[in-house]
Design a binder for this molecule. Structure first.
Ligand SMILES: [Zn+2]
Length: 75
């Protein structure tokens, strides 16, 4: 069973972003358009908006690498 608790979808993040600091986490970024783990740009440090370096879109999910792998069945 995938463990959804260690997956954060920033689209659904809402009020929970309080106290969330990606720099302190061992987070990876999954692009739902590219369907793979990608590098991201964060144009505004004050906002939780991440842009896929590959496709340039913002369809990014944050999570632990293990969580993302199990949720999206990445090899
Ligand atoms: Zn992408």
């Amino acid at each position: 069973m995938p463990n959804y608790s260690d997956l954060i979808n920033i689209e659904e993040f809402g009020d929970k972003k309080e106290g969330f600091n990606p720099e302190r986490w061992d987070v990876s970024f999954y692009c739902k358009d590219c369907k793979e783990i990608v590098e991201t740009d964060r144009p505004n440090p004050d906002k939780y908006v991440f842009i896929c370096k590959k496709c340039g879109w913002k369809n990014i999910v944050l999570g632990t690498l293990e969580g993302l792998k199990s949720n999206y069945r990445i090899k």
